[in-house]
Design a protein around this ligand. Sequence first.
Ligand SMILES: [Zn+2]
Length: 273
Amino acid sequence: MKEQIYWLVRLSEIDDAASSVQQELSDLPTQLEETRTSHSRLQLLLEGEKKQLAEAEALLLQQKQEAAEIGERLSRAKGKGAKAQNAREMEAAEREMDGLRRNARDKEEEQERLNAAIGEKRETMAGRQAKFDDFAALYEKEKASAEKRIAELQAELAEKTQGRDNYVGQLPKTLFKRYERIRTKMGNAVVEAKDGTCMGCRLQLPPQQYNLLFRGNEVDQCPQCVRILFVRDAIAEFYVSDPNYQAPPAQEAEEGAPEVVDAEKTVTATSEA
Ligand SMILES: [Zn+2]
């Protein structure tokens, strides 16, 4: 059982050391996704405006064709007026021409309105297109740097989690699942019990529980923060005999158990974070 506690501690040391890398790795795609969403929203907006512009241009063309037709009808009406045989025919031709002239004026006004609207739309679209181009360039840049950073982080993560599988493989499945459950909930799953206190949440542990932790006969959890507890002395021997454990180079010393000192620092630092 003591050995299982040691494997849990090692697993936790590895995971705690890798947690900031893991966090950044999971945050990066989210950030990029946000930019990508803005990018497609802008693109959609721009496409909508392009469509509106095309519609206005089609309408203008139609108005011009109709104006030309009115022009033709007007010249025909004029011809009729010139050939009028009597006052009644003359009057009818005049009335027709008045109507057509009014029509022509309306079409002219409509064309002016459309021309103005098209001009305005072209201008706003040019501005929007420029902004979109800037944004697209920014997005590409962001994407490239995120991809580069993700590759770096993955390499870093692989390095930091080296040997993790060894410890996972040693643990009973249910215990590993419990470890992962606590880690997901609390950020870190294993903390030291020191001077009668849980170093994860600072709870003063019941003396009997603290005493039992020294024996290391069972995997016990803090009654308050539910993290798995261990007492350093109960597992210190395993660091020395563990072929998968490498003491950090800076911590090499002759006396005592230097690895343990370093591990303690790691655990304390992360549990306080
Ligand atoms: Zn606690």
